[in-house]
Design a protein around this ligand. Structure first.
Ligand SMILES: C[S@@+](CC[C@H](N)C(=O)[O-])C[C@H]1O[C@@H](n2cnc3c(N)ncnc32)[C@H](O)[C@@H]1O
Length: 244
């Protein structure tokens, strides 16, 4: 997000914009050329419903939805987990990518928003793949670990909830994802704020979570249990492939 003069003029000024690309025009080009024309009808419908919701800034962007859908197919994912569902855009991208007998354990503290998107998911014929669990994810993960029958069983886990808990999630998820499986952590570039100078005028919530994101990114870089790849898709997504 750093920049000056002419170079900065075309860049996103708006906090919460879902792309970190250099210009709105470039991002719009990607959406209009490669994303929207190939977006499944159900995802379009869910995206449009979500656009009218007051917290729509939280939704996964269409280009990231397309990326997740492709990634899941590439790794032949079948057994997956999602932490942070909101109205279900990334959940639907996942559900559409999985085989008929694929599974998603989807967790969120808010059932109401999930239920807003649920009719679209049902209409798309993929609701049977989803087990929605209402409540905070961390204790649910602890319970799963304690029960002991889901160690190393998940092919893919997408984390898109409380950023101040990412390190706590990672400590648990590394146990639940299989060796060779992938954990995707969303928002790891946190609105570009990871490179903002200390006195930058950041929104309160951006500033609050920034330190957690910075600490998390550092920790992943030195975690030898995973190979990592941080991509500037959406608000930044870091893929971690468990290697041991
Ligand atoms: C950024 S949104 C998720 C967006 C979603 N992936 C999508 O595609 O629209 C974050 C979600 O995390 C949920 N959340 C916040 N704290 C949580 C927690 N401790 N456990 C589970 N979910 C939580 C919020 O209710 C919210 O719906």
């Amino acid at each position: 997000m750093a920049g000056n003069g002419e170079a900065a003029a075309g860049r996103h000024q708006e906090v919460g914009h879902k792309s970190l690309l250099q210009s709105d025009a470039l991002y719009q080009y990607i959406l209009e050329t490669s994303v929207y024309p190939r977006e499944p009808e159900a995802m379009k419908e869910l995206r449009e419903i979500t656009a009218n919701h007051p917290w729509n800034i939280m939704t996964t962007s269409a280009d990231e939805g397309q990326f997740l859908n492709m990634l899941l197919k590439l790794i032949n994912a079948k057994n997956t987990m999602e932490i942070g569902v909101y109205t279900g855009y990334s959940l639907l991208a996942t559900a559409l990518a999985l085989p008929r007998d694929g599974k998603i354990l989807a967790m969120d503290i808010n059932r109401e928003n999930y239920e807003l998107g649920l009719p679209v998911i049902e209409k798309a014929g993929v609701a049977h793949k989803i087990q929605f669990k209402e409540g905070p994810a961390l204790p649910a993960l602890d319970q799963m670990i304690e029960e002991g029958n889901r160690h190393g069983t998940f092919d893919f886990i997408f984390v898109d909830a409380d950023k101040d808990n990412y390190l706590n999630y990672h400590k648990r998820l590394i146990d639940l994802v299989k060796v060779g499986g992938v954990i995707g952590y969303d928002n790891t570039l946190w609105n570009g704020s990871v490179v903002a100078p200390p006195d930058a005028p950041l929104r309160k919530y951006v500033r609050y979570y920034r330190d957690f994101v910075l600490e998390f990114n550092k920790a992943l870089a030195s975690d030898r249990r995973v190979e990592i790849c941080q991509l500037p898709v959406g608000d930044g997504i870091t893929l971690c492939r468990r290697v041991c």
